[in-house]
Design a protein around this ligand. Structure first.
Ligand code: NDP
Ligand code: MG
Length: 400
């Protein structure tokens, strides 16, 4: 907590991936607390009209847009409206607004491997980093967590399950690895809704459309993570994410299907106590928690009506129905570059599924073939990780 002393008031925030689902929820929380938060920079990939509206409302110093044509359009539109926001373009600019000396807090909400370098830039600059981009930890967890310690950054999880686990854990010294045994923690119970196909006839999964896969029963999210939730790859990625965040082994984490998404995860202690964090499934809760931590602020989320909720169900996951979850557990146990390869092959497969070039039930086979083609290495440097990522993408694209 001592690390938060340097925070300014209002706290100045960069949102990487502002135009996405997490970005929009973050801006909703920011708008509720104008005295507390000020937007320094907002970024997007290509959806410049969304970024334009956000810039006009929040007047950041910088807007970064990765696609050069969109950058030209955004710049012209903002200029025409008298906005003072400066438009930047490209990967380097993302890293600059993440690491800028005038920034206190960075929300890392770019989807996929594209989020790795800008998120790492924020970590290396010692920022308070609110981590939604789970793919960066899956790819490079060892390097990432080491960088957090080296730079004295404050890393707070936004993923609802990890935020819940964080809330149920004893206070963790900022930047220091958790010692679960010393803290009396026996295991983590990572909950999963099971997604839209929890009860669907497995034989019919070959006919699933992108819109069906993206229609999550409880959460409204971007399309990539929605497909990951439908295949349960998301829970596999979260298993790896939890191992890095809470310094533990896959065997110390039980995955539990809980279709109502009211309990967001649990922590069991050696005395038999099980602590859970509950709430309506709305990402503004973990976002507000991490933004204000260690204080609490209003997030705009409605009170949980536990009487109306009435019942909570729990079952074990079915690894036959969800082979992506099995592959991710295997990759988590294999370690080395296996999670990075899994992640890259999954990104290629999900993109192809969303473009209707691959069937939903073919996603796991493509990932499994990619994993069996590439030899694993120790992820000793970012170059090694990025090389594994590139290789996996090339293999997966070829096998498509
Ligand atoms: P969205 O698809 O809604 O948003 C993604 C954001 O990243 C957009 O701003 C998008 O810009 C930007 N982006 C995409 N590709 C690139 C790129 N190559 N370079 C720079 N920016 C890029 O995703 P979500 O908000 O749903 O998810 C964001 C992250 O948070 C993911 O890692 C996800 O796993 C994680 N997460 C999300 C949850 C949720 O409820 N949504 C819950 C837990 C974790 P543009 O709009 O221009 O395409
Ligand atoms: Mg989650």
């Amino acid at each position: 907590m001592a690390l938060l002393v340097g925070q300014t008031n209002p706290s100045r925030i960069t949102i990487l991936g502002a135009s996405g689902s997490i970005g929009v929820s973050t801006l909703d929380v920011v708008a509720r607390h104008p005295d507390r938060y000020q937007i320094f920079a907002l970024t997007a990939n290509s959806r410049w009209q969304v970024l334009q509206a956000q810039c006009l409302q929040h007047q950041p110093r910088y807007a970064v847009i990765s696609d050069p044509e969109s950058a030209v359009l955004l710049q012209a539109a903002l200029k025409a409206q008298g906005s003072k926001t400066e438009v930047l373009c490209g990967e380097q600019a993302l890293q600059e607004v993440a690491a800028h000396a005038d920034v206190d807090t960075v929300m890392a909400a770019i989807v996929g491997a594209a989020g790795l370098l800008p998120t790492l830039a924020a970590v290396r600059a010692g920022k308070k980093v609110l981590l939604a981009n789970k793919e960066s930890l899956v790819m490079a967890g060892g390097l990432f967590t080491q960088a957090v310690q080296d730079a004295g950054a404050v890393l707070l999880p936004i993923d609802s399950e990890h935020n819940a686990i964080f809330q149920c854990m004893p206070p963790i010294a900022a930047g220091q690895p958790l010692d679960m045994a010393a803290a009396g923690v026996r295991k983590i119970l990572l909950t999963a809704s099971g997604g839209p196909f929890l009860h669907r006839d497995a034989g019919s999964l070959k006919d699933v459309t992108p819109d069906e896969a993206c229609a999550h029963p409880n959460w409204s999210m971007g399309r990539k993570i929605s497909v990951d939730s439908a295949s349960m790859m998301n829970k596999g990625l979260e298993l790896v994410e939890a191992c890095w965040l809470f310094n533990c082994q896959p065997a110390q984490i039980d995955i539990v299907i809980h279709p109502q998404s009211v309990i967001h995860s649990m922590v069991e202690y050696v005395d038999g106590s099980v602590l859970a964090q509950l709430g309506n499934p709305d990402m503004r809760t973990p976002i507000a928690h991490a933004m204000a931590w260690p204080e609490r602020i209003d997030s705009g989320v409605a009170s949980l009506d536990i009487i109306a909720q009435a019942r909570l169900d729990f079952t074990a996951p079915d690894l036959k129905r969800f082979p992506c979850l099995r592959l991710a557990i295997e990759a988590a146990n294999a370690g080395q570059t296996a999670p990075a390869i899994l992640n890259a092959a999954n990104e290629v497969a999900v993109e192809a599924f969303l473009q209707e070039r691959l069937r939903f039930d073919q996603i796991p086979a493509l990932i499994e073939e990619t994993l069996s083609t590439i030899s694993l290495t120790e992820p000793v440097s970012l170059d090694v990780v990025q090389d594994a990522d590139r290789q996996a993408r090339a293999v997966a694209v070829e096998k498509l």
